[in-house]
Design a protein around this ligand. Structure first.
Ligand SMILES: O=C(O)c1ccccc1NCC(=O)[C@H](O)[C@H](O)COP(=O)(O)O
Length: 203
């Protein structure tokens, strides 16, 4: 029996989204504070975070934004984790170490494969070249080796392919955004349920 698979659902925007995610047992819920059709403002995030049980990790996703802005959004909203998903270097991660947040690094799969902790992050999220586009990278490649302990597989995951992706790559967790939407930027409760069910079914 494998360990618990950590499931992060990203880009949620409504009460219905977060209530469904909590009900089906998501481990983390991501809010987009970077340019995206899923972007929310801090006021919306605060309202949504109030509904989320404390055992669920709340994640703010940022991309190439100043440390001061990230810190202020993190403080105002009370998010539990900061995900840096752009070209942020080690200095960005180091500057954000003074908070109580878990630090997540979103990196595109490439050779050499990014490794867990390389930039000072706590969790690595291994993604496709274009984040949030619903396009998978080739996780079926035979030479794939785990980048470390706490890493999330992301990029084009759906209820239909998540089980196979987990079986092949054996990640610590998975992350999804487009695969739980029928319309870009709009989450679908049935797809959220189907995704979590399929991911949890992997032995
Ligand atoms: O989701 C976005 O629109 C986005 C935009 C800019 C930077 C990061 C973004 N998303 C980060 C995530 O963690 C997504 O869940 C991840 O890229 C997977 O997305 P998808 O392939 O759509 O499942």
């Amino acid at each position: 029996m494998r360990n618990h698979l950590f499931i992060k659902l990203c880009g949620l925007k409504t009460e219905e989204d977060v209530d469904t995610a909590a009900e089906v047992g998501a481990d983390a819920i991501g809010f987009m504070f970077a340019d995206s059709p899923r972007r929310v403002d801090a006021t919306t995030a605060i309202r949504l975070i109030e509904r989320i049980p404390s055992h669920v990790m709340t994640v703010g996703v940022f991309r190439n934004q100043p440390v001061g802005y990230i810190r202020s959004v993190a403080n105002i909203t009370g998010i539990g984790a900061v995900q840096l998903h752009g070209k942020e270097e080690r200095g960005h991660f180091a500057a954000l170490r003074d908070g109580s947040w878990t630090l997540i690094r979103g990196a595109s799969y490439r050779e050499p494969v990014p490794q867990c902790g390389q930039m000072g992050e706590d969790i690595l999220l291994l993604d496709a070249p274009t984040p949030g586009a619903g396009i998978p990278w080739d996780w079926t490649r035979k030479a794939f080796r785990s980048p470390g302990d706490e890493w999330l597989l992301a990029g084009g995951l759906t209820p239909d392919n998540v089980a196979e992706a987990v079986e092949i790559t054996r990640p610590w967790g998975v992350d999804v955004s487009s695969g739980i939407e029928r319309v870009r930027g709009v989450k679908d409760s049935a797809l959220i349920r189907a995704f979590v069910k399929a991911a949890r079914a992997v032995a």
